[in-house]
Design a protein around this ligand. Structure first.
Ligand SMILES: Cc1cc2nc3c(=O)[nH]c(=O)nc-3n(C[C@H](O)[C@H](O)[C@H](O)COP(=O)(O)O)c2cc1C
Length: 361
């Protein structure tokens, strides 16, 4: 029996960011956070390379597939594929304001058509046994009327959707880029709290603007869960506290060194399939965010010359350059580095050594 999904803490769907490599990396930091895919459109699954869009590593569980679309039949088909591929949840995007997405008439503009969203949810629920959830905004353009989002949630809930992930801002459909749409419309967390009070039977997850623990904990007192986007990507070690702070898991949190070591076999497997290290390393640049050596870490792992044809050894060499006192050898049976006393000198057998990296800079 699969364990029921906890939505207490999730990492947001982010196009071009939360691809499978990013998710595998984040999973090394938190075992329990629910991870979302980038949005995959239903038409892409109807006509495109399904495996390329949907393949993921078993280690990524729990994982939700986010779909974009507005055709119930096409979405039902996409949800069925998601279930067959082993995802734990299907989520419908009703929050993306990009003009390209509007042309396909899905994303945030669907908030103006709650009955259509309800039809889509019903079709997906009929097609799969997985939970079907919706991610949306508070309103459209300048309309900050609470009744709009309340009625949207009420209508969609009647189709059987029990989980709403609410990005606590309006979406401005014309005149703002997607990036501006994540910054300009004001955050209104209080409206999400009100939704939770008005729909106590629903699971309401708050998203938008959370970047640090005190604020995350404050929000968790008002809603069923939080979803973090940009902060988790730019400062992934924010997730290191999730397992004990949110899920009560008392295993020691991972160290940065341990996370890097855990990525080495993954990189080897991906390199064997022809994936460039660059495609994986680009998601790891924030690992030392705010730490001594953070800049150096980013420089080394985004250096095109070093990355060309590189293997996971580059990760170990970078670790040795940034944290010279830490054992850089990958050893899957060793206890986490944070549980050890006293660091040993870096020892590694890689072709690219820290000395070479230092000499090259
Ligand atoms: C690069 C990027 C891509 C995004 N792509 C998606 C997407 O595919 N689907 C979606 O629902 N939201 C998408 N979002 C929005 C995030 O899921 C989230 O709602 C938003 O960033 C607010 O959360 P935050 O303040 O914690 O970052 C994206 C955000 C970013 C930064």
């Amino acid at each position: 029996m699969p364990r029921p999904l906890s939505r207490r803490f999730a990492v947001a769907p982010m196009l071009d960011w939360t691809d499978r490599h990013c998710r595998f990396f984040l999973r090394q930091i938190s075992r329990h956070a629910l991870l979302y895919t980038e949005m995959v459109t239903a038409p892409a699954l109807a006509h495109g390379d399904v495996a390329r869009h949907l393949d993921f590593d078993a280690a990524e569980h729990p994982i939700a597939l986010q779909l974009g679309g507005s055709d119930p039949v096409q979405l039902a088909h996409a949800a069925r594929l998601g279930e067959r591929w082993g995802y734990d949840e299907i989520n419908l995007n009703c929050g993306c304001p990009s003009e390209r997405v509007q042309t396909g008439s899905f994303g945030a503009c669907l908030m103006a058509e709650p009955s259509l969203v309800a039809d889509c949810v019903r079709a997906m629920r009929d097609a799969v046994a997985l939970p079907v959830t919706v991610k949306h905004r508070l309103g459209l353009d300048a309309n900050e009327d609470y009744g709009f989002v309340r009625d949207f949630v009420g209508t969609v809930a009647r189709s059987g959707c029990e989980v709403f992930v609410v990005h606590a801002r309006n979406a401005v459909l014309k005149g703002l880029s997607p990036k501006e749409n994540r910054e300009v419309p004001r955050l209104r967390h209080d409206v999400v709290h009100r939704l939770k009070r008005d729909f106590p039977e629903l699971t309401i997850v708050l998203n938008g603007g959370l970047t640090a623990w005190p604020a995350i904990e404050r929000e968790l007192a008002h809603v069923d869960g939080v979803m973090i986007g940009r902060a988790a990507y730019h400062d992934p070690m924010l997730l290191a506290a999730v397992d004990w702070q949110v899920f009560g898991d008392e295993s020691p949190p991972p160290t940065r060194a341990r996370v890097l070591q855990a990525m080495v076999p993954y990189v080897a497997a991906q390199r064997a399939r022809g994936v460039a290290l660059r495609s994986i390393a680009r998601h790891m640049l924030g690992l030392y965010h705010g730490c001594p050596g953070g800049r150096r870490f980013r420089q080394l792992l985004s250096d095109a010359t070093l990355l060309k044809d590189a293997t996971g050894d580059l990760l170990l060499a970078t670790l040795a350059a940034v944290e010279p006192g830490v054992d850089a050898a990958p050893d899957p049976v060793a206890p986490p580095a944070c549980a050890r006393t006293g660091g040993r000198r870096a020892s590694h057998t890689s072709g690219i050594s820290a000395t070479k990296i230092n000499a090259e800079r």
